[in-house]
Design a protein around this ligand. Structure first.
Ligand SMILES: Nc1ncnc2c1ncn2[C@@H]1O[C@H](COP(=O)(O)OP(=O)(O)OP(=O)(O)O)[C@@H](O)[C@H]1O
Ligand SMILES: [Mg+2]
Length: 278
């Protein structure tokens, strides 16, 4: 399912300035995209434009076109879009509605009018898919933050979306749970051909697994390319966007005159770029 922005802009009703301006880009089915940029640059606004919360729930001025699988979001109800586009936010507490894990996962499915047997099949499937069978009988309030975020993801995946949009999903998680969640997202995308759009500050973890990085500055796109290309650009390095530590090292080494032709995203790759691997 492709995502297409054509000259898309949005200004919130109570704001004088455009939150995002004249955005044009495409995301192809099955791609994983990182959206990066300083605070207030428009990352969450893009997420809301993909799932139709903008323009349907947020008041404001909308220009241009956003198409999800060829459908103009202005002409499609949010309820319809939410079947194809799953959205995960930073705080799992705000997204959990039920008392137990099983109830949480069945909730959205019941709202879609899915039959009981199919719901049970989906619960089995998603528990295995995310490897969280151990949580099935548990109560939500007994879970850790990382476990709660996995349950949020399970409830969304149970609806079988084609596109997964995640807005800082690891913000409330510790490093271990963040790695776990990001690996899970990578695995889901691989197994199901899921399109993933993610806003993530832990760029060291996410950059190695995405196809492309979209970098925003004050609501405008300053770069949209593979992580290697994007992170080799000085304008991105100087933009105030989160930068992977190894990319910082690449820029600093170049600054002091070390001959190094491209940034690396993993330690092994860095050694390779430096010609130090064996
Ligand atoms: N509900 C809202 N009402 C009015 N203005 C808003 C609203 N949400 C965001 N904005 C404004 O739109 C611009 C983009 O905000 P957005 O939340 O998309 O940025 P962001 O990149 O997600 O920031 P952060 O990293 O802090 O989450 C900012 O100027 C912000 O103040
Ligand atoms: Mg945000």
């Amino acid at each position: 399912m492709s995502i297409v922005f054509k000259d898309a802009s949005f200004r919130y009703a109570n704001s004088k300035k455009w939150a995002v301006k004249a955005l044009s880009f495409r995301i192809e089915p099955g791609e994983k995209i990182l959206i990066s940029g300083p605070s207030g640059s428009g990352k969450s606004t893009i997420c809301r434009m993909i799932n139709g919360l903008i323009p349907h729930f947020y008041e404001g001025e909308f220009e241009g076109v956003v198409e999800i699988s060829g459908l103009d979001t202005r002409n499609v109800r949010v309820a319809r879009l939410s079947r194809d586009v799953g959205l995960v936010f930073q705080n799992p507490e705000n997204q959990l509605v039920a008392l137990s894990v099983e109830r949480e996962i069945s909730f959205g499915l019941e709202n879609l009018g899915i039959k009981r047997e199919e719901i049970l099949r989906r619960i089995d499937w998603v528990m295995r898919l995310l490897n969280i069978e151990r949580l099935r009988e548990r109560l939500i309030h007994e879970l850790s933050g990382g476990e709660k975020q996995l349950v949020v993801l399970a409830a969304i995946m149970a609806m079988k979306p084609k596109i997964l949009v995640l807005d800082e999903p690891t913000a409330e998680l510790d490093p271990v749970n963040s790695i776990r969640l990001i690996n899970m997202i990578d695995e889901l995308s691989f197994k199901l051909g899921l399109t993933v759009v993610i806003v993530e500050q832990r760029v060291d973890l996410i950059a190695p697994i995405v196809n492309r990085v979209l970098v925003l500055e004050e609501g405008e796109i300053i770069a949209y390319d593979s992580p290697w290309k994007v992170y080799s650009m000085d304008k991105v390095y100087n933009s105030g966007s989160a930068i992977p530590k190894l990319v910082e090292l690449y820029h600093e080494l170049r600054r002091v005159g070390v001959d190094i032709d491209r940034p690396a995203l993993t330690v092994e790759e860095f050694l390779e770029v430096l010609g130090l691997n064996d």
